[in-house]
Write a protein that binds this ligand. Structure first.
Ligand SMILES: [Zn+2]
Length: 80
């Protein structure tokens, strides 16, 4: 699965940037955009720009994954 440029740009423009570190950019979904994978609103979008990235998760999260160009996009869903 691979996102189209127009879908990606529309998605990211709706989200609030929360900064980047170690090749990982984070965006917060403050407007309840639906996840493109599971179609329920996600909490954060994490974009991995490097060939290898490590994520340290502080919560139990459900993750949905897609790609755009060479980036990996993770959509996080907090578990209830
Ligand atoms: Zn999802």
């Amino acid at each position: 699965m691979r996102m189209e440029d127009t879908d990606y740009e529309r998605l990211v423009s709706s989200l609030t940037p929360r900064g980047s570190a170690n090749g990982v950019r984070t965006y917060q979904n403050t407007v309840s955009v639906a996840c493109p994978a599971c179609e329920t609103p996600f909490d954060d979008l994490v974009v991995c720009e490097e060939e290898y990235n490590s994520l340290e998760l502080s919560l139990m999260l459900d993750l949905c994954v897609t790609t755009h160009d060479d980036e990996v996009l993770l959509f996080t869903h907090k578990q209830d």
